[in-house]
Design a protein around this ligand. Structure first.
Ligand SMILES: *Cc1c(COP(=O)(O)O)cnc(C)c1O
Ligand code: SF4
Length: 348
């Protein structure tokens, strides 16, 4: 089959800081050390969103010396401990992550799976994918299969179609989700042919990963529209990133913009304790302040849950600002405007 446009874009991607020297004024030498440690890839499209050195797009995709800081943990979510076979992460009884791809269109510097994503030996073999499917088939408690990686949409259409068909052929699987950053970094991947193929697998949920309003371009909006028109339910997981999006105004513009693109903000993630990403971490207080500011000021549909994924594989927990205090049978609840309202509660 002839190479598709998006595959050509991947071949044209920037994979070393030296390639940025002609376009931007910066010293590549120190960054080359970080690039050698964790792989770099930036698609031509995403590169085109960078306006200047150090802006919110640059920070997300260009290697940085801070990545060499030996803080945090290699596998903060203890995914390896919950991995019965290489392609599966099984932490909750009813759902699994199916690790179908080891690479992404662009490598995010803050990635939780930095330890493995983009490393050459992390591509899954056909046998490992089959083992993953056999594992899902053997456990009738599994209802919800999350295609993840890496980016599942970097698989060629026929491979992806084959995996979706095999998983949906398992009687106890009720739904499939795809986690992908392709609408953000490689929107040309969302072709009509891909959408026509995905449309055959319902219900299909797709969570993408926009972090900044500058990523909400016309091309990205068109990619999301094609997916939505194919009946795919779109959600978004944003990571709260210091110096990128850690301000209420940026987040509210982002979430309102996503809703206009028919993408529902699903989670706002507190940064995991991943080694080499500490410079992106904000305090939980910052996240709570942002969540509080959304309440009452934007549509409830634009208010996702603020999630912390606990270290050691203890799972995701939503964090909420403290709205209510109990005084005897009275709940004192803080309204969005800051006033405190008494609510007579039952004692049990
Ligand atoms: C995040 C995650 C899920 C999905 O969690 P939801 O809250 O249902 O979106 C499933 N398995 C693992 C291991 C996860 O980390
Ligand atoms: S797209 Fe997702 S998996 Fe890939 S580098 Fe970015 S955060 Fe990590």
């Amino acid at each position: 089959m002839a190479q598709e446009l998006w595959q050509q874009s991947l071949q044209d991607a920037v994979t070393s800081v030296d390639q940025l020297v002609g376009s931007f004024a910066f010293d590549p030498r120190p960054l080359a050390v970080a690039e050698a440690r964790y792989p770099m890839r930036i698609t031509p499209y995403y590169l085109g969103l960078i306006e200047q050195v150090g802006d919110p797009i640059w920070k997300q995709c260009v290697p940085d010396l801070h990545e060499l800081t030996e803080d945090g943990l290699s596998d903060p979510l203890a995914e390896e401990d919950n991995s019965p076979v290489p392609a599966i992460i099984h932490r909750y009884p009813d759902r699994v992550i199916f690790y179908v791809s080891g690479s992404c269109a662009s490598y995010c510097r803050f990635c939780t799976r930095k330890r493995k994503v983009g490393c050459a030996d992390m591509a899954l073999s056909f046998r490992e994918l089959r083992e993953g499917i056999d594992y899902i088939a053997a456990d009738s408690q599994i209802r919800d299969v999350i295609f993840s990686g890496g980016d599942p949409l970097l698989l060629p259409d026929p491979v992806l179609q084959d995996l979706l068909a095999r998983v949906y052929a398992i009687p106890h699987v009720e739904m499939i989700r795809i986690g992908t950053r392709v609408p953000v970094t490689l929107p040309e991947r969302i072709t009509d042919r891909l959408c026509a193929m995905l449309k055959k697998f319902q219900p299909l949920y797709l969570n993408t990963h926009f972090n900044h309003p500058r990523e909400l371009t016309e091309q990205a909006a068109e990619a999301c529209a094609r997916l939505a028109d194919a009946g795919i339910v779109l959600g978004n997981q944003t990571v709260l990133l210091r110096g990128v999006n850690d301000q209420p105004e940026i987040i509210s513009v982002l979430f309102r913009g996503l809703l206009k693109m028919r993408v529902r903000p699903y989670y706002l993630h507190q940064m995991d304790l991943t080694r080499g990403t500490g410079h992106f971490r904000t305090s939980v207080k910052t996240g709570l302040k942002i969540i509080h500011s959304l309440r009452g000021s934007v549509s409830g549909l634009a208010s996702p849950q603020y999630i912390i994924d606990l270290p050691g594989g203890k799972g995701k927990v939503p964090l909420v600002p403290e709205y209510a205090k109990k005084r005897g049978d009275i709940l004192l609840i803080r309204a969005a405007d800051g006033s405190v309202v008494e609510y007579p509660d039952l004692s049990s």
